[in-house]
Design a protein around this ligand. Sequence first.
Ligand SMILES: *Cc1c(COP(=O)(O)O)cnc(C)c1O
Length: 198
Amino acid sequence: MTEPIEAVAGLRERLDQVREKIEGGARRCGREPKEITLVAVSKTQPVSVVREALGVGVTDVGENRVQEAESKIAALGNQPARWHLIGHLQANKARRAVKLFDVVHTLDSVSLAHRLDRSCAEEDRSELPVLIQVDLAGETAKSGVLVTGLPELVTAVNECSRLRFQGLMGMSHDYEVAIEEGATIVRVGTAIFGERIT
Ligand SMILES: *Cc1c(COP(=O)(O)O)cnc(C)c1O
């Protein structure tokens, strides 16, 4: 594997730039920057880069695959970070996700809600914050609940005693716009780490 020199070089500067943009976006619409959580999306980046990011003040890390997060979390040992699952979650990985992640961004079905709630019970975890991923474009082949299915899913989540409904997750390619529209969490990958390693 090639050394992740590009990703590490300038990491602090890029992170500062992203933070400044978040602050600028927040101020422009009269919001407090501190009410916006920056999730640094580290998928495909090696663990050394994640460690570096945590070293320069990243608190929240986003990963889209359970397996990849599992190995990074194990390698980082007890270095504190909040881990966010931002990719589609298959039901058969629900329990592993409950073990690993602090927040799940991609709840998209009633059955997955029930599965996560049950996994929390099995893992003796009292609370799992979840965001519902909405498929606004109505592209049913992709993940995300259709707008028409949203009320039923919100009701189901609220009936799950261990799930904490934190809001809806839409996608925007422009996090400054998302902030102006009221987003409280922004997920940023490339602007922090550079191009992904494929
Ligand atoms: C990869 C990913 C991001 C980050 O995308 P960038 O364009 O690299 O900032 C954000 N959200 C999700 C769901 C992703 O999978």
